[in-house]
Write a protein that binds this ligand. Structure first.
Ligand code: NDP
Length: 234
């Protein structure tokens, strides 16, 4: 089985590992990027998920190359951390627009082809922070918690059409995003992880490919933590 897979933000970090994992199992994989181009061996489409027309154009391009998107991973995301009192409206809405509304735009556009095909796998990349909260991350946590509501509503709407919608909630994974944290914050986080280490991008990818597999056909509306135990199942 070689499916048409699209991973947003699949040009680097967790998204790239997800894209590579699908490619390794023989799927036709496309990734979005915002100008960096696609990594070697992957089909790239330029797309900023905050712009609905770009999302639409990216899907049209992928459909022409690989056929209708059967598996979509809404992975693109940003942080813009600061304490509540200092957080501007712009900082709040910018993060929501990229992480939550962006994922909505992507899932909505994907559902069109999936409904026609009566098959689809939608996976949202949330975060343990969405479920536990994070000091200085009101915007980010809200966006990541919102994905759970989005996924569960889609699961209800489209479940009978053989379309699943699930959430993967990673803990702390070494990427550019977490590299940006101050060293003392990194040590603080590590001390709270039962596994005693950061996760790898491959460990997140394994959960995503599982949720998109036939073996997971009866799993929908689920939140799967991949966090070394820091969230204790939440
Ligand atoms: P990175 O910062 O390494 O990569 C972020 C990716 O998202 C890049 O590909 C970036 O594209 C893309 N992106 C950001 N904004 C947009 C946008 N508006 N439109 C399209 N693409 C966009 O992050 P990670 O790989 O660490 O994170 C991937 C996902 O996993 C995120 O949703 C993040 O919140 C989540 N996550 C990460 C954790 C971690 O510990 N790293 C923990 C929990 C969740 P570009 O290259 O163009 O900037």
């Amino acid at each position: 089985m070689s499916r048409s897979v699209l991973v947003t933000g699949g040009n680097r970090g967790i998204g790239l590992a997800i894209a590579r994992a699908f490619a390794a199992q023989g799927d036709k994989v496309a990734v979005t990027h915002r100008g960096s181009g696609a990594p070697e061996g992957l089909f790239g489409v330029k797309c900023d998920v905050t712009v609905a027309d770009e999302v639409d154009a990216a899907f049209t391009e992928v459909e022409a190359a690989h056929g209708p998107v059967e598996v979509v991973v809404a992975n693109a995301g940003i942080t813009d951390d600061t304490l509540l009192l200092r957080m501007s409206d712009e900082q709040f809405t910018r993060v929501l627009d990229a992480n939550l509304t962006g994922a909505f735009r992507v899932a909505k556009r994907a559902s069109r082809g999936m409904l026609r095909k009566r098959y689809g796998r939608i996976v949202f990349i949330s975060s343990v922070v969405g479920l536990m909260g994070g000091a200085g991350q009101v915007n980010y946590a809200a966006s990541k918690a919102g994905l759970v509501g989005v996924a569960r509503s889609i699961a209800r709407e489209l479940g009978s059409r053989n379309i699943t919608a699930n959430v993967v909630a990673p803990g702390f994974v070494a990427t550019d995003m977490t590299d940006a944290l101050p060293d003392d914050r990194k040590q603080q986080i590590l001390a709270q992880v039962p596994a005693g280490r950061y996760g790898t991008t491959e460990e997140i990818a394994a959960a995503v490919t599982f949720l998109a597999s036939d073996a997971a056909a009866y799993i929908t509306g689920a939140v799967l933590p991949v966090d070394g135990g820091i969230g204790m199942g939440h």
